[in-house]
Design a protein around this ligand. Structure first.
Ligand SMILES: C[S@@+](CC[C@H](N)C(=O)[O-])C[C@H]1O[C@@H](n2cnc3c(N)ncnc32)[C@H](O)[C@@H]1O
Length: 239
């Protein structure tokens, strides 16, 4: 549900997950049906061992790096569904006194994510578009491996909307791909995989995540890289 360009999580959350207020974007349908929209592949691709393999054994470390930014009792937005144990780890980190809202633009992903956090009353999964700011800001917003899957213009919209969805004093955490060091043994492999399957990913090899954000003196950006530069964690702290 969109009001004046902002989305209200609770209202959107009340929708059936067979409906969506936003049509599926072309980049998702055209490029990622095999990964995120096909009911035959989603169940096995979403399993933790597959995620571990796709991230070259770094899933646990990358999730841990994200979770350590979460305060118990805080209100957290996860900007898109993530396979494996990511949402359950975030829900555990906010604890019973916090709240985790997970949004995803694809109904099948909302359904899958709901099953993953079933029984965790602090976790709420709903249809939503990460490129539209939420109506109520969050203490922490996390964007885990979404940016590399969207075209350049969408990267800008998502970074801008997620900054607007973060309260002053709060933080926005990105974990995603980054250009590996020059002689990284997996660099040629990743380059081929991106050219074949992930046409928008190399945007993050060429450009800093901060460069997708509007100029704003009230945001402090920090970045660290992991696994020989293949991954990055960028934290935007709103003053
Ligand atoms: C977070 S990314 C991938 C994360 C990780 N690679 C994995 O395998 O789980 C994938 C999700 O982003 C969702 N997505 C794509 N564009 C979106 C948008 N504009 N707003 C919210 N969700 C979006 C897709 O439906 C998909 O479920």
């Amino acid at each position: 549900m969109t009001f004046f360009g902002k989305q209200d999580g609770d209202v959107a959350g009340a929708q059936s997950c067979t409906q969506t207020s936003t049509p599926l974007p072309a980049y998702l349908r055209d490029t990622y049906t095999w990964a995120y929209l096909n009911p035959k592949t989603v169940p096995w691709l979403s399993s933790a061992p597959v995620v571990a393999a796709i991230l070259w054994g770094n899933a646990t470390r990358l999730i841990r790096e994200t979770v350590k930014e979460i305060e118990p009792g805080s209100k957290v937005l996860q900007a898109a569904a993530v396979y494996g144990r990511f949402s359950t780890k975030l829900a555990q980190a906010v604890g019973d006194n916090g709240r985790l809202d997970v949004i995803d633009i694809a109904p099948i992903q909302v359904e899958t994510a709901r099953k993953r956090v079933a029984g965790m009353t602090q976790a709420h999964v709903m249809i939503g578009d990460a490129s539209v700011a939420r109506s109520t800001p969050y203490d922490t917003v996390v964007c885990f491996f979404l940016l590399h899957e969207v075209p350049e213009e969408m990267k800008k919209k998502i970074v801008t909307a997620l900054l607007d969805s973060t309260r002053p004093g709060g933080k926005l955490v990105f974990v995603d791909y980054h250009k590996p060091m020059q002689f990284h043994p997996l660099k040629p492999v990743m380059s081929k995989i991106f050219d074949w399957l992930e046409p928008f990913a190399k945007g993050l090899w060429d450009k800093e995540i901060q460069a997708y954000a509007p100029q704003n003196d009230d945001v402090i950006w920090t970045k660290e890289t992991l696994f020989g530069g293949m991954y990055q964690k960028v934290v935007a702290k709103r003053l």
